[in-house]
Design a protein around this ligand. Structure first.
Ligand code: AMP
Length: 279
């Protein structure tokens, strides 16, 4: 396994891999790797000849009040995990390597980023799309892997691939959860013992909506109310619980196949997100 920190080095590697007609799989991450990330890596190993993992905590997708400074970073351990999984290349650039200038050119999405996380995290998706576009241009992957855990991100990147004509296949990997249902996230490490004990309630609340839906309930007001009643708790701040259409990410009044139920919950100081797609 090779670890590159400069764009020039990784480009040279890619040029040789392309010359050898290798199919390149790419897994963008912000590091602090866990089983969720590793399931993306395994999907890439199964679908590509060469797997490249980027590890870059992207400053432009964090708001001024957010956790950029305190975000978990552990490149050494990440590299061990990648080695065990048979990753071919880690691309771990510095901030200066990725943003040497003023970054006056950015990518903005104007429809799908208005709701859900886009509403409270102003500029977040512009930061995500800009860094993902840069990484796509550097790595030139044939296929990329993203987690359904970040559902809005998946939908917006799908749209960017389509609208900007990237010749890239996208593979969406199901959310990996702990045995108690909590979606794995690098941010789970920030939870106190008490918060960690409560955190699986988020998935339980989403599951309650699925249960009611299976029993025939379709009304969003009723379903939302049941999810909310489970989530209301001390030390917990509900940022949003929304039922939206997968294609548009616009709110629906009736739940149907393809409706996304997404929630963002602040547990103490830690913001957690989760979602389910109704089948
Ligand atoms: P991050 O490092 O949080 O930016 O995540 C990198 C990639 O891993 C994104 O595509 C995430 O959606 C994905 N990911 C994060 N957590 C999970 C999880 N629990 N299950 C599946 N994919 C995940």
């Amino acid at each position: 396994m090779k670890t590159f920190t400069t764009i020039a080095e990784v480009r040279l590697f890619i040029r040789n891999a392309k010359f050898a007609r290798k199919r390149i799989g790419f897994v963008p991450t912000m590091g602090a790797l866990h089983e969720g990330h590793l399931s993306l890596v395994r999907a890439s190993k199964n679908n590509a000849d060469i797997t490249i993992v980027s590890i870059f905590v992207n400053p432009t997708q964090f708001g001024p009040e957010e956790d950029y400074e305190t975000y978990q970073r552990n490149l050494e351990r990440d590299a061990e995990l990648c080695l065990e999984e048979g990753v071919d290349v880690i691309f771990a650039p510095s901030v200066i390597e990725m943003y040497p200038g003023d970054n006056s050119v950015v990518i903005n999405e104007t429809l799908l980023s208005r709701n859900l996380c886009g509403r409270s995290r102003k500029g977040h998706f512009s930061g995500v799309l800009t860094v993902v576009a840069k990484l796509f241009n550097i790595i030139q992957p044939n296929i990329v892997f993203f987690g359904q855990k970040d559902a809005q991100q998946v939908r917006i990147i799908q749209q960017m691939i389509c609208d900007l004509n990237y010749n890239i296949e996208m593979n969406v990997v199901p959310t990996v959860r702990d045995s108690d249902g909590l979606a794995l996230s690098s941010r789970n490490a920030n939870l106190t013992v008490g918060e960690r004990k409560w955190a699986p309630t988020i998935y339980k609340a989403l599951q309650k909506a699925v249960e009611l839906y299976r029993a025939g309930e379709r009304n969003v007001l009723v379903l939302r109310e049941s999810v909310e009643s489970i989530l209301i708790s001390d030390n917990v701040d509900i940022e949003y619980i929304e039922f939206v259409a997968w294609n548009t990410l616009e709110p629906v009044v009736e739940v149907d196949t393809g409706t996304l139920l997404a929630a963002a919950i602040k547990v103490g100081d830690t913001r957690l997100i989760d979602n389910i797609l109704f089948a």
